[in-house]
Write a new protein. Structure first.
Ligand SMILES: [Mg+2]
Length: 220
């Protein structure tokens, strides 16, 4: 009998090469420290993760056209496309879960989301050059709602586990750790890899989505 597989992936730094958050700070704010205050407030426990991101992104004041251009420069792992195609062809559900916002993900990979039937679970956002970008958490009665980050990646993994799936999780950062703890197979890089090593969470080799694609091919 075929295994029931699901691929659940983070977006920033996992499907994309660089976090949108870091792109904004580096390329739009040029690393100016005072613009990072919301993030410092988050790190010191004063405000929630989602409010910190809103605090940072609210300082973006590009025209809509320039923002769209900026979003189009988000670099995507080139093997993501083949992986999405493979999942689609083999009826493996593909979920992208992001504690950022679906605003830039939908604008960056709109065709792929549709074509490969990828489910995107993230915070909404609204944007105007006058007020910047404001994140909007999902409804509190969503099974994946989390007060701090807006969405709970762990809840998405848990739902599929409860439904009898073998869960494959890919991520790169701290917000991925709780999901990685309970996923059946973990592809981790960067900070998530370090955190997994510390907790003795077994991980697969992961440089690019090609590693995930090869793993999936071996399961079919
Ligand atoms: Mg990430």
């Amino acid at each position: 009998m075929k295994n029931k597989l699901v691929l659940i992936s983070d977006f920033d730094g996992t499907i994309s090469k660089k976090d949108f958050f870091h792109m904004v700070i580096g390329k739009l704010f040029h690393g100016k420290q005072n613009m990072l205050k919301p993030w410092e407030d988050y790190l010191s426990g004063k405000i929630k993760h989602i409010d910190a991101l809103s605090g940072i992104f609210s300082q973006i004041n590009l025209s809509q056209e320039d923002l769209d251009k900026f979003i189009s420069t988000i670099e995507i792992d080139k093997y993501f496309y083949d992986t999405a195609q493979f999942c689609f062809n083999n009826k493996i559900p593909f979920y992208i879960c992001s504690a950022g916002t679906n605003y830039y993900i939908k604008k960056r990979i709109p065709e792929e989301l549709k074509k490969y039937n990828i489910v995107l679970i993230s915070n909404d956002a609204e944007y105007s050059p006058a007020t910047g970008m404001k994140l909007i958490a999902p409804s509190e009665d969503s099974y994946y709602y989390n007060e701090n980050t807006g969405i709970s990646k762990q809840a998405i993994v848990k739902k599929f586990k409860d439904d009898g799936f073998i869960t494959i999780y890919a991520g790169d950062g701290k917000p991925d750790l709780k999901a990685a703890r309970i996923a059946d197979i973990v592809f981790a890089k960067d900070l998530l890899l370090d955190l997994c090593k510390k907790e003795n969470i077994k991980t697969e080799h992961f440089d690019t989505f090609n590693d995930i694609l090869n793993f999936l091919k071996g399961q079919i």
